[in-house]
Design a protein around this ligand. Structure first.
Ligand code: PAF
Length: 283
């Protein structure tokens, strides 16, 4: 495995691989089993003839909350070991100063899918995600990239970005990886208090109950209300949003025959957790 910290080093390393299948996994580090599963999926997609490139970059531009950025876990040595064990060929680990020019003045604004769910709650977050991912795609020029479906809205926005900007990369969505008790893996989980860690699987239980209710005909607003009620009973938890939307447009579901998405964001103390589940009506 090779590691590049500057853009030029990265370009030099990739020069000999142009023309091959190049599968990218962008990350912000603090890697866990969820990231490992993305990397293993990337390895499978790349096969023996292609290469896997991972980036580890805590992107300051996508943080709308300085405290969240300051407390975001950083574990570079362990991260490199995860990459190595998953068959990554090249890791790009730039610093913010090497990634961004001090006087940068170009922004990336997505104006429809980012106006709802997390986008409505975290101003500028998805603009920062689009900016860094478009830069990473320009640098690496991957044929494919793998993103987790836990960040469902992020994946939808990045699909829109590559479509609207004609970026020649195929995006793959990977299933959410969970702890045995159902909690979706997240780099932020290590910041939960023991009490909040014990309570957090309630999100998954509420989503599964909601799926069963929706599939058997419970109205969408009642489904959401039950999830809010469940989370409301946990001490120290503040619901940021619970919304049932069209899984493609992320806006109000106009047609119940279409795939729906139930998405949740909740603060457990000062740790914001997100999770989601796809829903279909069976009646
Ligand atoms: O999902 C993440 O970890 C980040 O938003 C990403 C895609 C690596 C961009 O910084």
């Amino acid at each position: 495995m090779q590691t590049a910290s500057t853009k030029q080093e990265l370009r030099n390393m990739l020069a000999e691989h142009r023309g091959k299948r190049i599968v990218m996994v962008p990350t912000m580090g603090a890697l866990h089993e969820g990231h490992a599963s993305l990397m293993r999926q990337a390895r499978t997609l790349a096969g023996t003839g292609g290469i896997v490139v991972a980036s580890i970059f805590l992107n300051p531009v996508q943080f709308d909350n300085a405290g969240d950025l300051a407390t975001y876990p950083q574990t570079p040595e362990a991260d490199l070991a995860v990459c190595e064990s998953c068959g990554v060929d090249v890791v790009f680990m730039p610093t913010p100063g090497l990634m961004y020019c001090a006087d940068r003045s170009i922004t990336m604004e997505e104006t429809y899918l980012s106006t709802v769910l997390c986008g409505a709650k975290r101003p500028g977050h998805f603009a920062g995600v689009c900016l860094v991912v478009s830069k990473l795609f320009n640098l690496v020029q991957p044929t494919d990239a793998v993103f987790g479906k836990k960040d469902y809205q992020q994946l939808a926005i990045l699909r829109r970005m590559v479509r609207d900007l004609d970026i020649p990369v195929t995006l793959h969505g990977a299933e959410i990886v969970r702890e045995a008790d159902g909690l979706a893996l997240s780099s932020r989980n290590v910041r939960l208090t023991p009490e909040h860690r014990a309570a957090a699987p309630a999100i998954r239980r509420a989503l599964l109950a909601a799926k069963a209710a929706y599939e058997t005909g419970t109205p969408a607003d009642e489904v959401c209300r039950r999830v809010v009620d469940t989370l409301f009973t946990i001490p120290g938890v503040k619901v940021d949003y619970v919304e049932l939307v069209d899984a493609e447009t992320l806006h109000a579901l106009q047609d119940e025959k279409r795939l729906a998405l139930l998405a949740v964001a909740a603060f457990f103390g000062d740790v914001r957790l997100i999770d989601n589940i796809e829903l279909t009506r069976n009646v």
